[in-house]
Design a protein around this ligand. Structure first.
Ligand code: SF4
Length: 299
């Protein structure tokens, strides 16, 4: 019963939020810029772990990164900004320099990085925060669910340093590399077997990711969403187009309409995806927006 109610709520809230967006389209608020398309990890849930990755190596040119950031600056961008997507950002040896550029051009953006921490050093950590990073999420992968000694060491040194205040901007999660997570559009190596059919419950529903998220690969290609790790659906190229041309362009708009009108089953990657159609915060906003007092406030 509880499950049925949850499913109904997800269906109607996501449908409502998608309809609202299409009536009054707005710019993305979650941007991922992948500056290098490589990871050194071996997580079994990831289709681009170093043993499974089939992407040709690509690193973003400075000129393209600057072009994208200047475009975001012209929008006075204040949403989430990760200089990464399906990769390990510290494999980009100039990531701190690039964070500094993002900070300078997009001072209001919420700059974050997710790292597996294997390439992190105390000096690198300081350079990231000094460059203007807001939040560093360290996913410490360990089968034994133990914190790696070198991460413990870095945090210990930081604690006793004059930069101890940076600790509030670090989140460490201890995760097994064998964990079963979202199925990445049906591409997660460890979620292939028939036991995992949770995605079928979402077949008739849409998804809000393409209404919020813009994922730019090192080549400038814009992917459907962060679950499209291999870039199977390209909706434009930031080398040749402005972000507005891509975001409000015919390919992105057609995908959004298709998700709303025909559901995930009509799109090859979405058909297999088990990401929930709407985050609870967005569902709450969708409900609040139909309340009469909210309508009065919005007038
Ligand atoms: S359903 Fe999954 S693959 Fe499709 S847009 Fe949403 S998150 Fe991406």
């Amino acid at each position: 019963m509880k499950d049925k109610i949850k499913k109904l709520a997800q269906r109607y809230c996501s449908q409502f939020a998608m309809r609202q967006w299409l009536q009054a389209p707005r710019f993305c608020r979650d941007v991922e810029i992948e500056t290098i398309n490589r990871c050194n990890g071996v997580c079994e849930f990831c289709p681009v772990n170093r043993n499974s990755d089939s992407r040709p190596l690509a690193q973003m040119e400075d000129v393209l990164l600057e072009r994208v950031l200047l475009d975001l600056q012209s929008h006075n961008y204040a949403g989430l900004l990760g200089l990464q997507s399906n990769n390990e950002p510290l494999m980009d040896s100039r990531i701190a320099e690039r964070i500094a550029l993002a900070r300078r051009l997009c001072p209001k953006a919420q700059l974050y990085l997710y790292t597996n921490g294997t390439l992190l050093t105390y000096e690198r950590l300081l350079s990231l925060f000094e460059a203007g990073l807001d939040m560093l999420d360290i996913d410490n992968y360990s089968e034994e669910l133990q914190m790696h000694p070198h991460i413990r060491n870095i945090l210990g040194v930081l604690e006793k340093s004059p930069y101890a205040h940076f600790k509030t901007r670090i989140k460490v999660s201890i995760v097994s590399p064998k964990e079963i997570r979202s199925n990445r559009g049906g591409q997660a190596p460890n979620k292939q077997d028939a036991r995992f059919l949770d995605h079928t419950r979402y077949h008739g529903m849409g998804c809000l990711a393409p209404f919020d998220q813009l994922v730019i690969r090192p080549t400038g290609e814009v992917s459907l969403c962060c679950q499209d790790a291999l870039g199977k659906h390209t909706l434009g190229n930031a080398k040749e187009m402005t972000l507005d041309e891509i975001w409000y362009g015919p390919m992105f708009m057609a995908i959004r309409r298709q998700l709303m009108e025909k559901g995930r089953k009509s799109l090859p990657l979405c058909e297999h995806c088990d990401i929930t159609p709407i985050r609870s915060a967005d569902a709450r906003n969708a409900i609040l927006n139909i309340m009469p007092w909210r309508k009065r406030i919005n007038k």
